[in-house]
Design a protein around this ligand. Structure first.
Ligand code: HEM
Length: 159
């Protein structure tokens, strides 16, 4: 991502920050409407989760110009997501839902340039997370007990 794209993402995120709770609610409503199969992965009350998602996005958006500095947090997030049963194929689903949500709330301000910049930002984040979740498999593969645990987990989730 170049500096101009980073500024576009940061500026548009500032525009939705005052309505962060609404944005979180729209995001999950859309996600569960278009992908009902992921609903059981989340708790019944989605409001605390919606807030956490927006807070984490804020951290990533603010850190876009120095992704390497927030890499440890992103990697830890990715490892937790593996434990939640999140698979690689879920990331584009969440990316599409996020873009839809931002467009919904930003309206005309969500120009093709802003969309392109967000797509780029989300893709960078998703790649980091997917890479880290795969590394986590290799890292824990050194430990025979956790490997056995993982096989059970993988069998349950079908991947
Ligand atoms: C790529 C961007 C994503 C970000 C920034 C993000 C952020 C978060 C955050 C901050 C949490 C709170 C718990 C924690 O920190 O571990 C969380 C939990 C969770 N996320 Fe994500 N997430 C992302 C992608 C995904 C994807 C692709 C899925 C798949 C559907 C997903 C499913 C979940 C689930 C199931 C939980 C746990 C809910 C619970 O049991 O409380 N997330 N996410």
């Amino acid at each position: 991502m170049n500096q101009d794209m980073i500024v576009l993402v940061q500026k548009s995120f500032r525009d939705v920050a005052p309505i962060a709770d609404t944005v979180g609610a729209t995001f999950y409503a859309r996600l569960f409407e278009t992908h009902p199969e992921v609903r059981p992965m989340f708790p019944e009350d989605i409001r605390p989760q919606a807030r956490k998602l927006v807070q984490m996005l804020a951290m990533v958006v603010n850190g876009l110009h120095r992704l390497h500095a927030i890499q440890p947090e992103v990697e830890a997030l990715a490892r937790r997501h593996k434990d939640y049963g999140v698979a690689d194929a879920h990331y584009p689903v969440v990316g599409e839902t996020l873009i839809w949500t931002l467009e919904h709330h930003l309206g005309d301000a969500f120009t093709p340039q802003v969309r392109g910049a967000w797509l780029d930002a989300f893709t960078s984040l998703a790649q980091l997370m997917i890479g880290a979740s795969h590394d986590a498999v290799h890292a824990s593969g050194a430990d025979s007990d956790s490997r056995a645990d993982r096989s059970n987990h993988d069998a349950q989730h079908g991947y």
